[in-house]
Design a protein around this ligand. Structure first.
Ligand SMILES: *Cc1c(COP(=O)(O)O)cnc(C)c1O
Length: 391
């Protein structure tokens, strides 16, 4: 039976075309891009072509792109780099309660170093209100970091509006666009951002490589010290095959973006409708319309997300949950709690993230599998029996 992968938000398979593009850069064109000889020049040409390509899709200049090891490094670089470089100006950072850990943890780290961090609440759809950003700004604020779209519930933030506010006040604005770059169309100008993080393995490129856009003129401190790579902004020998893979993935995405958005939106809505229709006491998490084309996040009451995930896994269906029992913590996801769900509802959350290779038949199989799984688990749930007895 076909295995069904619906966890594209966790990672994507590398597109076979991107793998083909990478292969020569392991053993043929293997030079160090910093070397002056022909081996080095050839590798350097590939890195610079990739830089042009990534910049092109962002509407940025090539010189504004720095290659990194992925989304986590890009976020760390943006947040710590801007905070340290602008310490003489102020020590206040604004972020939101639904950020990826690769943003919340650097902020937490800075708070321990004496920075002041304001964590903005979100509404029940996971949306940040630009007005609350405006009200949180002080004359000590040096950085605002709000993600473009949330990886768990798919909500797309009003980044352009927040960026406009930040620009009016001369405050640097960073967005984590790991879930949106090469998935939905935008440019750094349309979003009004100064810094933006992206990661190859979320867009059908390889793992361990990504990039950060840094607007020309941005004051930022490096935190990888060593060689003079990347205009002295990020030391370490380039991951040439990875960078070529990222570039190839960007090329493919440019071609397929519009069509994939349409297909995934249709399949997403089919899955959402199917779940809400077939399963009582279920609800959609995240925004009904301002959401990623590939994201479905539901809470199913009186069942553990973890149990549903494992039951689906036994039927060859891969998804994820915001309920984190297996990771040793009983706390459900901070994102699900931030949108105001009770612990019970939070523990029953499931995320299906669709992608390039998802077919309509996959959605139908999930719908056929999920309802009986929920029914079986609920039969064992005293909470559900109590509830069923009442109604
Ligand atoms: C996956 C992800 C990251 C981390 O990227 P890595 O390349 O895995 O380090 C950061 N932010 C978001 C929103 C993500 O989905």
């Amino acid at each position: 039976m076909r295995k069904i992968y619906l966890d594209y938000a966790a990672t994507t398979p590398t597109d076979p075309e991107a793998v083909r593009a990478m292969l020569p850069y392991f053993s043929e064109t293997f030079g160090n891009p910093s070397s002056a000889h022909e081996f080095g020049r050839d590798a350097r040409a590939a890195v610079e072509a990739a830089r042009e390509n990534v910049a092109g899709l962002l509407g940025a200049k090539a010189a504004e792109i720095v290659f990194t090891s992925g989304g986590t490094e890009s976020n760390n670089f943006a947040i710590k780099g801007v905070a340290y470089a602008n310490r003489n100006k102020g020590n206040h950072i604004i972020t939101s309660s639904i950020e990826h850990h690769a943003v919340t943890e650097p902020c937490h780290f800075l708070a321990k170093q004496g920075f002041e961090v304001t964590v903005l609440p979100v509404d029940r759809y996971g949306m940040v209100d630009p007005d609350t950003v405006g009200k949180a700004i002080t004359d000590r604020t040096v950085l605002i970091s709000i993600m473009h779209a949330n990886n768990e519930i798919g909500t797309i933030q009003p980044i352009a509006e927040i960026g406009k506010l930040a620009r009016e006040k001369g405050i640097y604005f960073h967005t984590d666009a790991v879930q949106t770059f090469a998935h939905i169309p935008f440019t750094v100008e349309s979003l009004n951002v100064d810094l933006l993080s992206l990661s190859a393995h979320k867009l059908y490129g390889p793992k361990g490589v990504g990039a950060i856009y840094i607007r020309k003129g941005t004051r930022i401190t490096s935190f990888m010290h060593g060689g003079e790579q990347e205009g002295r902004r990020r030391a370490s020998t380039h991951n040439v095959p990875g960078i070529v893979g990222l570039s190839s993935a960007v090329e493919i995405a440019k071609e397929k973006l519009q069509e994939e958005m349409a297909t995934q939106t249709r399949l997403r809505d089919r899955l959402i409708r199917g779940i809400l229709e077939r399963i009582d006491h279920s609800r959609l998490n995240g925004h009904p319309t301002q959401r990623l084309p590939n994201n479905v996040n539901v809470s199913i009451e009186f069942v553990e997300g973890e149990s549903m995930l494992l039951s689906l896994d036994m039927e060859g269906i891969a998804c994820s949950t915001g309920s984190a029992c297996s990771s040793g913590s009983l706390d459900p996801s901070h994102v699900i709690l931030a949108i105001g769900l009770s612990h019970e509802m939070a523990h029953g959350s499931l995320r299906f993230s669709l992608g390039r290779f998802t077919e309509e038949g996959d959605i139908d199989r999930v719908l056929e599998a999920l309802a009986p799984i929920v029914e079986k688990l609920r039969r064992m749930s005293p909470l559900y029996r109590a509830q069923a007895g009442r109604s």
